[in-house]
Ligand binder design. Structure first.
Ligand code: SF4
Length: 669
């Protein structure tokens, strides 16, 4: 069975063979990964038959406080009954729904429909807010549309200079790193910007190592130098953009020595990079979580888009700007209605025409659809408060591990009247639930995902699920039925409905079918290469947006003198609920990466425990002393409980993205 990896946004193609023992084999013809997989992909079948797999619904016994086995009807009747009661007592917004960027398009669509139609609540959002919402917000403003990469990933091999801002793709999606090698083999130049000298940086020709949270200032410095050198593509700027004059005014004060003081990157390095960009015909700039997961993430991405526009790149072949999505369906997950402000097809929920169209497909009155709800963290922060939701349904997310300021979020979950979690294993969030619903996993179900290029691919069912589990689509339909609504459960039927609901929207899937996806190695929504003639704003022009650098929401000070940043490691994925249970993947537990200079100063030794404290919590974990990180910064991977007890819940005002990537901490041995 040809299918795709259950994890990241590359959605590598693979073949599953066998019935009893399911084996992963390469699928060399699939163009995105050409048969290559990372360690996570090769071991993806490891959860099949796992002893921790949930196979029966669980309901918390009110007397003992323990979870006990229950039948499906009992569990779903109980959930639907409690939801009805809470709605009757407090109104529709007393019930909230939380989805995930790993859910298939069909599930994301049905979850949004469950919230808006069956529950009538505006309180629906998903963990994709924490993935790349700042890049989405910036791309919408600059280009009028948001598709992570507006060109196929392989195009980066043909560019002249590839600038990766806050991306460690060699470790997070290793099959993609071959594009860097091929680009360099044909004489191209790779630039990596990261506070850590990562495996990606090791493959770079130029490496800049700024203080966490200062990527925006770097971009302003580059714009200053490009303008001063007369390297701005004036003709392109005049013909295809608006707003350059405002940007020019802001960047006039960002001379290289000022940038050096803010970022720690030497002025001479910045000058060399500006000269390289100015002299290159094709430049591609890609951002990832390092640039985006900040309270100023949208502005940071806008500044890098400004650089690309000033050079005249977006819309030219083998050049431009793109974002490397993270989660498996980071792209499709935000297009079909599980986001608080959106309806299917990337339509905005406050647009009367969008409401009328989608309500028509759903067979309801447009006025019955709720308006925009709270963004993901705001939603969690409101749980159990007097004005917030009293019940939460969670699908495809392990928020106790992945939310910022996670101890606070866990306490909010504790204030709920009802917490329902659908998951395949007892995740840290499921363990807190009143009702746990066991669901099918990848390879036991069919559905589409949209990869980082906007290519819609099909994950196909290869094996029967264990008895006792149901698909998310079944669970959603089961709840909807108990609330008086008839929802489809067949993925292909749901996809066809999604296509009708998205028709005419910004992300229009109406021409895409399962048959076409199978025949064509996936189908792009929109054109594979966008912007060659025009951008998606009504006047066809891209927008420069003038932004200023403000820095991290929580600057370092005497009490918390070290920068903390977080990220991923090769062998684990997101909250680790799946990968931490796969025996063939090393599970090192959390650790704290720090520089020898910092280690000496605090008396820490490699392998010995250190304590990292922030204003929100603390983590004790072994030190990894490495000279690849800035001496003023520590790094903690976020796949284990603990890292996000430290992180800051300051939010980007435009995207709702929390500042995962920079806060102030104190480190002691
Ligand atoms: Fe490919 Fe990502 Fe899966 Fe690794 S985790 S095999 S890079 S899709």
């Amino acid at each position: 069975m040809k299918t795709h990896c259950p994890y990241c946004s590359l959605q590598c193609g693979m073949v599953l063979e066998g019935r009893r023992t399911l084996e992963v084999q390469p699928w060399p013809e699939f163009p995105v990964n050409e048969g290559a997989l990372c360690r996570k992909g090769w071991t993806a079948t490891g959860l099949r038959g796992h002893r921790e797999r949930l196979t029966t619904p669980l309901v918390r016994d009110r007397t003992t406080g323990e979870l006990r086995a229950a039948g499906w009807d009992e569990a779903l009747d109980l959930v639907a009954g409690r939801l009805r009661d809470l709605r009757a007592s407090y109104g529709a917004d007393a019930v909230a729904v939380f989805g995930g960027g790993g859910l298939t398009n069909e599930k994301a669509y049905q979850l949004g429909k469950l919230a808006r139609v069956a529950l009538g609540t505006s309180q629906v959002d998903y963990n994709g807010r924490w993935c790349m919402s700042s890049a989405a917000s910036a791309a919408n403003r600059a280009f009028g549309i948001d598709r992570g990469l507006p060109f196929p990933l392989a195009d980066v091999e043909q560019t002249d200079v590839l600038v990766l801002v806050g991306s460690n793709l060699a470790e997070t999606m290793p099959p993609a790193a071959r594009h860097l090698d091929r680009l360099r083999a044909r004489g191209g130049h790779v630039v990596v910007i990261d506070p850590r000298r990562t495996p990606t940086a090791e493959r770079a020709d130029t490496f800049l190592q700024p203080v966490p949270g200062t990527d925006l200032a770097l971009a302003l410095g580059l714009l200053h130098l490009l303008d001063a050198a007369g390297a701005v593509a004036e003709e392109y700027v005049a013909a295809r953009t608006v707003g350059w004059a405002d940007v020019r005014r802001v960047v006039a004060t960002w001379w290289p020595e000022r940038v050096e003081r803010v970022t720690g990157v030497e002025a001479a390095q910045l000058r060399r990079l500006a000269a390289l960009l100015a002299a290159s015909e094709r430049v591609t700039i890609l951002t990832a979580r390092g640039a985006e997961q900040h309270a100023q993430g949208t502005d940071t991405v806008l500044a890098w888009i400004d650089v690309a526009l000033a050079l005249g790149m977006p819309g030219r072949p083998y050049a431009g700007y793109g974002c490397l999505t993270g989660q498996g369906n980071g792209q499709g997950g935000r297009e079909h209605g599980q986001k608080a402000d959106q309806l299917p097809g990337y339509r905005m929920i406050d647009d009367p025409a969008a409401r009328a169209h989608v309500a028509g497909v759903w067979g309801v009155d447009p006025s019955s659809l709720p308006g925009a709800g709270r963004s993901a963290y705001e939603l969690l922060d409101a749980l159990g408060t007097s004005s917030g939701p009293k019940a939460l349904l969670v699908f495809g997310s392990n928020i106790v591990v992945s939310a910022p300021n996670a101890s606070h979020v866990a306490s909010r979950l504790g204030d709920l009247d009802l917490l329902v979690v659908a998951d395949l294993v007892m995740s840290e969030t499921a363990a807190l639930a009143d009702v746990v619903l066991p669901i099918t996993q990848w390879a036991e179900e069919t559905g589409t995902m949209t990869n980082l290029e906007g290519r819609v691919i099909l994950r196909q069912q290869a094996v029967a699920p264990p008895s006792g589990v149901r698909s998310d689509l079944d669970v959603i339909a089961g709840l909807a039925a108990r609330l008086g609504h008839d929802f489809a459960t067949d993925p292909e039927e749901v996809f066809a409905e999604l296509g009708r609901a998205s028709a005419g929207g910004r992300a229009d899937y109406s021409e895409i079918t399962y048959a076409r996806i199978r025949d064509e190695h996936g189908v792009f929504w929109g054109s594979p290469r966008m912007f060659d003639g025009a951008f998606a704003h009504p006047d066809g022009r891209a927008r420069f947006v003038a932004v200023e650098h403000r820095g991290a929401a929580e600057p370092v000070d005497a009490a918390y003198p070290v920068h903390l940043t977080t990220g991923r490691v090769l062998a684990q994925y997101q909250s680790g609920a799946q990968t931490r249970r796969i025996g063939d993947l090393p599970d090192a537990g959390p650790y704290v990466e720090l520089h020898p200079i910092l280690a000496r100063r605090i008396g820490a030794a490699d392998g010995r425990p250190v304590v990292v404290r922030t204003r929100r919590g603390e983590l004790k974990a072994p030190a990894r002393v490495v000279d690849t990180i800035r001496p003023d910064t520590v790094f903690v991977p976020f796949h284990w409980v603990g890292a996000n007890r430290l992180t800051n819940d300051a939010l980007d005002p435009s995207s709702g993205m929390p500042e995962f990537k920079a806060c102030a901490c104190a480190v002691t041995a």
